[in-house]
Design a protein around this ligand. Structure first.
Ligand SMILES: NC(=O)C1=CN([C@@H]2O[C@H](COP(=O)(O)OP(=O)(O)OC[C@H]3O[C@@H](n4cnc5c(N)ncnc54)[C@H](OP(=O)(O)O)[C@@H]3O)[C@@H](O)[C@H]2O)C=CC1
Ligand SMILES: CC(C)(CO)C(=O)C(=O)O
Length: 292
């Protein structure tokens, strides 16, 4: 089947490689030079000691003609893509972003079949055509509405690139949100790897305070102790990783702080709840972005 992948960053290239084994992939890039490079030389995926080249089609023209589209851009890059998709005939659209900023677009896209995906793989972009698959996980998908095409995407799925269907998209996003809220801003501010948040007792205390503030804002299905264990287990599994927020800060790029912590502050304000730790990390990361 023809699949469009919007964004040729770490996640876009990772998906292009694995889905490209059984589907025809068209990658949408932001710059013409990026598309040209991918068309001429293909993409490269490094995994353990192997390096694999995949040929694919790429374009910088946002034609979005495929029946299934994966959106693999950052939260703050979604708006122009959504504007374009609003005018297109019905398709299956899968959002892969961290955070919950994209929820606000769903009503505008109601004619499409919408899914959200949580990517639990580690992926690191090396250059414009190369991605390193740094950690094998799964991609969890849940329908916002619709389900006709998405199962076809998984035909012949790869053992290193499995999909799992979940029932409750809201719960799926919230569980990832609490993980990203607890880990990402602290690692960016403390300039530490994820593992330091459970190894260092003082960092662990800060992470727990943040976790508790988020836990009070939503009716999570999982109990507090079980979710706290989940957050710590992700920290351990990704102990050697730098979080995406730390990478963004180090590389002088905007972060996804608004979609992760900003949306939580809005919720707290509506509920009239004081969230001092979330407020602190929000403004501290915003401040760091300005220094970049
Ligand atoms: N990396 C990871 O391990 C994980 C990432 N995620 C989530 O996945 C999402 C994508 O992350 P990641 O791949 O790391 O991000 P990257 O910044 O590496 O990639 C995003 C890519 O999309 C491109 N882009 C932006 N706007 C457009 C557009 N209109 N059309 C085509 N391309 C566009 C960007 O181009 P340009 O470079 O010019 O801006 C960039 O190449 C994020 O929400 C992230 O939180 C989730 C789990 C793990
Ligand atoms: C799970 C975690 C924290 C892994 O680094 C992540 O999703 C991120 O860095 O954005």
């Amino acid at each position: 089947m023809q699949i469009g992948i919007i964004g040729s960053g770490a996640i876009g290239l990772l998906f292009a490689h694995y889905l490209g084994k059984h589907h025809e992939i068209n990658v949408y890039t932001r710059r013409e030079s990026g598309a040209q490079l991918l068309n001429e030389r293909g993409m490269e995926l490094t995994f353990n000691t192997e390096s694999l080249t995949t040929s694919l089609k790429a374009t910088a023209k946002p034609t979005y003609g495929e029946e299934v589209l994966f959106i693999a851009v950052k939260q703050y890059q979604l708006k122009p893509i959504v504007q374009k998709l609003k005018e297109m005939p019905r398709k299956t659209i899968i959002f892969l972003q961290n955070g919950i900023g994209h929820l606000e677009f769903f009503s505008e896209l109601s004619k499409h079949e919408l899914f959200v995906g949580i990517v639990e793989h580690g992926a690191l972009k090396i250059d414009e055509r190369t991605v390193c698959h740094t950690g094998v996980g799964v991609t969890k998908l849940a329908a916002v509405h619709g389900e006709s095409y998405v199962h076809k995407v998984f035909e012949n799925e790869d053992e290193y690139f499995l999909f799992k269907i979940e029932n409750d998209f809201h719960e799926l996003l919230m569980e990832k949100l609490i993980v990203n809220a607890a880990i990402n801003p602290l690692t960016a501010l403390l300039r530490c790897k994820n593992g330091a948040l459970f190894k260092n007792k003082d960092y662990q205390l800060l992470m727990e305070r943040i976790f508790k503030e988020v836990y009070c804002l939503f009716p999570f299905k999982k109990g507090e102790a079980s979710l706290w264990n989940h957050v710590n287990s992700i920290c351990k599994k990704t102990a050697e990783n730098e979080s995406s927020m730390l990478k963004d800060i180090k590389e002088g790029r905007p972060t996804e702080i608004d979609a992760i912590i900003g949306s939580l502050l809005e919720k707290a304000e509506k509920m009239k709840k004081a969230v001092p730790y979330l407020t602190f990390v929000y403004y501290a990361v915003k401040g760091l972005e300005q220094e970049n």
